[in-house]
Design a protein around this ligand. Structure first.
Ligand code: NAP
Length: 349
């Protein structure tokens, strides 16, 4: 509903420019006021500090969380004005005096708090990973948040085993398709994809899911029972929340694990603890970005694994659409109106 109000009140092509006097500038999407369209502004570059790297950004991912940040509805709230964008790919332009991990010209992906939707960004060397040969910049940009989260949820949290059955909700979304890709093609699990339309279900099956359920047409739990029997699924990865989360929880098998990834539907469910006891179920959360501060080796491994799987051809990110920087507000609408499939990118070139 909030998205409708937002879209109705303000023109989505409302892009203003505020030029800074003198010197070289680069373009950046700027959020100056929450719940308002972003503006494209000319920004003056700042010098790199000893541990920092200046990157020529080629592609930046658009995540559901970017939209929440720009509405003030995310767990992290940057000071205004800020440039959204949590992940990007590009080439190194300049390195600070203490930088030893990358050099000028290197192709990198970066995980930035809030800086990615700009032609240039300056970032700590620790937030960059080299892109291996053979992985294009476009595909690389779609890996960090979605595949990092999928790998963290499936491998590190749920300890998914070969042959197990994984149920994933919003399955045709960015995180959803990444979960299908990793579960099917890396972990040799069987995936049941749950999504909000027949078209999305078809895409999820094309991308590796064994079966699909359109949860806009009836009970998710009944449909899952029909597919796997009363035994249930071993792992559920939920990005929707609310009733869909509760139905996914009730679809679990003995010793099943459910991972809370997000609340795209807008509601946070409460769990009756007896449901966990009766089938020896584990309910757990994953906040991928938080691992950067809490357990950097695990965080870094999720990114290195995504890059390695991609180089080996074991995973293939699905890029639904690429917008230009000046279309950033259309990109946000595309995601919030449930029109997106796979990764939505902004091209800065
Ligand atoms: N915890 C973490 O570390 C982490 C990391 C990445 C993402 N996330 C979270 O995971 C969720 C998905 O993120 P994403 O970037 O991968 O987005 P996405 O799946 O590409 O897009 C959101 C999808 O959610 C579904 N949805 C259900 N109800 C919705 C509603 N009321 N409004 C909008 N969408 C709705 C839609 O799919 P259907 O039409 O198929 O229902 C929609 O396409 C978000 O909540 C995000 O914050 C969390």
């Amino acid at each position: 509903m909030a998205a409708k109000v937002w879209g109705r009140c303000f023109p989505w092509v409302w892009l203003c420019r505020s030029a800074w006097p003198g010197g070289r500038h680069y373009r950046a999407a700027r959020c100056a006021e929450l719940k308002r369209p972003l503006a494209i502004e000319e920004v003056a570059p700042r010098p790199v500090r000893p541990h920092e790297v200046r990157v020529d950004v080629h592609f930046c991912g658009v995540n559901f969380a970017d939209i929440l940040v720009c509405r003030g509805q995310y767990q992290e709230r940057p000071h205004l004005p800020f440039t959204p964008g949590m992940e990007f790919s590009g080439t190194v332009l300049e390195t600070g005096t203490d930088v030893s991990t990358v050099k000028e010209g290197d192709r990198v992906i970066g995980v930035s708090g809030f800086t990615g939707m700009a032609e240039e960004c300056v970032i700590d060397q620790k937030a960059l990973w080299q892109i291996p040969e053979g992985v294009p910049l476009r595909e690389a940009a779609s890996l960090p948040v979605s595949y990092g989260t999928a790998i963290m949820a499936l491998e590190h949290r749920a300890c998914t085993q070969p042959g197990e059955t994984v149920l994933v909700t919003a399955a045709a979304g960015a995180t959803g398709l990444a979960v299908i890709d990793v579960a099917t093609h890396v972990l040799q699990a069987k995936v049941i994809a749950a999504a909000g339309s027949d078209e999305k279900c078809r895409l999820a099956v094309e991308r590796g899911a064994q079966a699909s359920v359109n949860y806009s047409q009836g009970s998710l739990r009944d449909a899952v029972t029909e597919l796997v029997g009363s035994g249930g699924v071993n792992v559920a990865i939920d990005t929707v929340g609310g009733d869909i989360f509760l139905e996914a929880l009730r679809s679990l098998a003995w010793e099943g694990r459910i991972v809370v990834v997000g609340f795209a539907g807008g509601n946070i469910a409460s769990v009756s603890a007896n449901l966990l006891l009766l089938k020896n179920i584990s309910a757990m959360g994953v906040y991928w970005g938080r691992y950067r501060d809490q357990n950097f080796p695990v965080f870094s491994r999720s990114l290195s694994s995504a890059l390695q799987y991609c180089q080996e051809g074991r995973i293939q990110p699905h890029i639904g659409v690429v917008f230009k920087l000046e279309e950033v507000n259309d990109a946000f609408l595309h995601v919030i109106q449930r029109k997106s499939t796979g990764k939505v990118l902004i091209s800065l070139k």
